[in-house]
Ligand binder design. Structure first.
Ligand SMILES: Nc1ncnc2c1ncn2[C@@H]1O[C@H](COP(=O)(O)OP(=O)(O)O)[C@@H](O)[C@H]1O
Ligand SMILES: [Mg+2]
Length: 224
């Protein structure tokens, strides 16, 4: 069994008396070091799938296994701990807290559960690694879209998670910055952290990744 394993994962939504499967019986296996991209049109269920994979949303049917454990069988506190410890999550759009510096933002996952050690030192190393160390003392509003995305990636790595999940980490970025972020994510995968992202088809080319396509809730391998 993989690091992350989705088995028949389905999410049913109700809208105006109508029920539909935003995600319909999805199966996916993610191994350490994998770099997996999911593409698909807006509304096809990609964010819903990532949220269920990250322990943020319980599926209507099916199961999500992490290290062989069914995560939705965990209690509230256990699942919060699991998310904080095992999953680096980069949400869609701007997700840094505006009243905190970039460095403080990166430290947040560290302090959600009490931890020993030099948080700021580690946060600074991560900011350097993603190329924005010089912005540690800045506030999010002083950063460009690409710089904010880098800082959010640094924050997602703060607790050294085995899996990084990112929802459209390259949306609204220019071609060059998109390539830089994709290279950064692919380097993170090569270092052993599994990476699962939603992105656009063109952005997935030439990063040695596996691609899946989502279409009206159906997830399938995508032939390049
Ligand atoms: N809480 C909700 N209640 C009802 N429908 C929802 C809810 N969240 C999302 N949807 C619908 O589910 C479908 C999939 O949404 P989403 O996973 O956000 O797609 P994507 O990320 O691919 O754009 C869309 O049709 C969306 O409108
Ligand atoms: Mg989405």
């Amino acid at each position: 069994m993989g690091l992350l394993e989705l088995q028949g994962v389905t999410k049913e939504y109700r809208r105006g008396g109508h029920v539909f499967n935003a995600v319909d019986c999805a199966n996916l296996s993610v191994e350490p070091g994998d770099f997996i991209s999911i593409i698909g049109r807006s509304g096809s269920g990609k964010s819903t799938l990532l949220n269920m994979s990250a322990g943020l949303m319980k599926p209507t049917r099916g199961a999500v296994f992490f290290d062989g454990k069914d995560i939705y069988q965990l209690g509230d506190r256990e699942i919060s701990w699991f998310r904080n410890e095992k999953i680096g999550y980069v949400p869609q759009g701007q997700s840094l807290l505006s009243n905190f510096t970039v460095l403080e933002n990166v430290c947040i996952p560290w302090f959600l559960f009490k931890r020993e050690g030099d948080a700021e030192g580690r946060a600074f190393i991560l900011l350097e690694k993603v190329g924005v160390g010089r912005l540690a003392a800045s506030y999010p509003r002083e950063l460009s879209g690409g710089e904010m995305r880098r800082a959010a990636i640094a924050r997602s790595l703060m607790n050294n998670p085995p899996l990084l999940i990112a929802d459209e980490p390259t949306s609204d970025l220019d071609v060059e910055t998109t390539a830089e972020i994709m290279n950064l994510l692919s380097a993170i995968a090569r270092e052993g952290t599994a990476v699962l992202i939603v992105t656009h088809e063109l952005d997935t080319l030439s990063y040695g990744n596996k691609t899946y396509a989502m279409d009206a809730g159906n997830l399938a391998p995508h032939a390049a």
